[in-house]
Design a binder for this molecule. Structure first.
Ligand SMILES: *Cc1c(COP(=O)(O)O)cnc(C)c1O
Length: 396
C-alpha cells in the first residue's frame, strides 16, 4: 500500500497527572469502537437513557434531568449560563480562581449584569462575604460557584452557598467539572439547581462531553424564559426534547462514540462504587501531599480546604518550570500541569483524577522528582518523598 501523506498516527503512552485530561481505561477506549447507530435508533435511545440514569446516580440526584451536552466542560458552563440567564439579569459569581473568571466572562457575554465576589486564590469563599453581597444586590437571579477549583486545588463547600441563594430567591449553579466522580457532589442533598461537569477529569472518559444536571427550579426558569436563549446549539429546552420524554425529537446528531465512552466510564465508576472511589482519591491525594512536603516543597492549599484530585505546589526557587516539566514528559512520560492565570510559572498542578489516581502513579512521580529536582539544583533528601507517601498509604 502506498504511504499516506503523513505517517501513521502513533501518539506516545503518557501518564496524565495534570489538570485533565486524565488516563482512560482500555474498556472505555474499546467502547468507542462499537458500531455507530442512528440518532433515533431505539437501541441508541436505550443507551442514552442508561447514561442519563447513571449520571443521576453519580450527581446524587433522584429525579433531576441529566444529559451530556456535546462539547467539553466549558460547553456545559455556557449551556447553564445561556439558558438560565436573560439579558439584563443579575448573576453573582464567586471568583476564587480561573474558572470563576470564566463563569463571569460567559455570563456577561450572554447579556447578564455580573456581580463578583472576589476571593483570594487558594481560599474558599465565606458564606458571610457572599451573604453581604446578596444583601447589597437584591435582584440576583443566579449565584454560581466552582466546587473544585482546578486552578488552585481548593474544594469550596457548597451547602451554605446554596441555602443563601435560595434564601434570596436565586438559583444555585455549581461547576462540578473536577469534583464529579472524585468527591461527593450530592446534588439533591445540597439542593443545587444546576450542575455541569466534564468527562475527562474524574469520570475517566476522553474529553468531549459535558454532563449536566438540571433541578426543578432551573427547569422552570428554562421553560418560562421571556426570550429564546441566544445559543441554538446549547438550547437546553430543545436538547431535553431529544434526551427525555416519550417522543424524541432530533436536535443535533449525538456524538455516539463519545456517549459509548461515557457510558462505559460511568459503569466503571459505579462498579467501583462512589464511596470507594472517593476514598481512593482521598488516599492517593493525601499520599502525594505527604510526599511533596517531605521533599521540602510548599503546597498552596492546606488539607482542610483541599481537593484531593488536584494539588497545587509552588515551584521551588531556582527551578525553571518549563525544562523540568519537559524532562518529566520526555524521560518519565508523565504530564503535570503548569500554573494558570496569576500562578503561571510559579506553580505546578498535579492531578490525580479518575484512573490516574493510583498509588503507583504517586510513587513514580515522587521518585522522578527525587531524581530531577537535585539535578536542577534543588537538594532533596533522597527517598524522603517516596517514603513519606508510602507511610501515608499504609496508614490510610
Ligand atoms: C477543566 C475545567 C473546566 C473547563 O472544562 P473544559 O473541558 O476544558 O472545557 C471548567 N471548570 C473547571 C473547574 C475545570 O477544571
Amino acid at each position: 500500500m502506498a504511504p499516506g501523506p503523513v505517517e501513521e498516527l502513533n501518539p506516545p503512552q503518557r501518564t496524565l497527572l495534570g489538570p485533565g485530561p486524565s488516563d482512560v481505561d482500555p474498556r472505555v477506549l474499546r467502547a468507542m469502537s462499537a458500531p455507530i447507530l442512528g440518532y433515533l435508533d431505539p437501541e441508541f435511545i436505550k443507551i442514552m437513557d442508561g447514561v442519563a440514569e447513571m449520571l443521576r446516580e453519580v450527581f446524587g440526584t433522584a429525579d433531576a434531568f441529566t444529559l451530556p451536552v456535546s462539547g467539553t466542560g466549558s460547553a456545559g458552563m455556557e449551556a447553564a449560563l445561556a439558558n438560565l440567564l436573560e439579558p439584563g439579569d443579575v448573576a453573582m459569581v464567586v471568583e476564587n480562581g480561573y474558572f470563576g473568571l470564566r463563569l463571569s466572562e460567559i455570563a456577561s457575554r450572554h447579556g447578564a449584569e455580573v456581580v463578583t465576589v472576589p476571593v483570594e486564590w487558594g481560599q474558599t469563599a465565606s458564606p458571610e462575604a457572599v451573604e453581604a453581597e446578596l444583601k447589597k444586590h437584591p435582584k440576583v437571579k443566579l449565584l454560581a460557584a466552582v466546587h473544585a477549583e482546578t486552578s488552585t486545588g481548593v474544594l469550596q463547600p457548597l451547602k451554605a452557598l446554596a441555602k443563601l441563594a435560595h434564601d434570596h430567591d436565586a438559583l444555585f449553579l455549581a461547576d462540578t467539572v473536577t469534583s464529579l466522580g472524585g468527591s461527593p457532589v450530592d446534588f439533591d442533598a445540597i439542593d443545587i439547581d444546576f450542575a455541569y461537569s466534564a468527562t475527562q477529569k474524574c469520570l475517566g472518559s476522553p474529553p468531549g462531553m459535558s454532563p449536566v444536571a438540571i433541578g426543578p427550579r432551573a427547569l422552570e426558569v428554562i421553560k418560562n424564559r421571556k426570550e429564546k436563549p441566544r445559543t441554538w446549539y446549547l438550547d437546553l429546552g430543545l436538547l431535553l426534547q431529544y434526551w427525555a420524554g416519550g417522543t424524541r425529537v432530533y436536535h443535533h446528531t449525538a456524538p455516539m462514540s463519545m456517549i459509548y465512552a461515557l457510558r462505559e466510564s460511568l459503569r466503571l465508576v459505579l462498579q467501583e462504587g462512589l464511596e470507594v472511589r472517593f476514598a481512593r482519591h482521598r488516599k492517593n491525594g493525601r499520599a502525594l501531599r505527604a510526599g511533596l512536603e517531605a521533599l521540602g516543597l510548599k503546597l498552596l492549599v492546606p488539607e482542610d480546604r483541599c481537593t484531593y484530585q488536584l494539588t497545587s505546589v509552588f515551584i521551588p526557587d531556582g527551578i525553571e518550570d518549563g525544562p523540568l516539566r519537559r524532562r518529566l514528559l520526555d524521560e518519565y512520560h508523565i504530564e503535570v500541569g503548569g500554573g494558570l492565570g496569576q500562578f503561571g510559572g510559579s506553580m505546578w498542578r498535579i492531578g490525580l483524577m479518575g484512573e490516574s489516581s493510583t498509588a503507583s502513579n504517586v510513587l513514580t512521580l515522587l521518585s522522578a522528582l527525587e531524581t530531577l529536582l537535585p539535578e536542577s539544583g534543588f537538594e532533596v533528601a533522597g527517598g524522603a518523598g517516596v517514603s513519606a507517601a508510602s507511610q501515608s498509604l499504609a496508614a490510610d
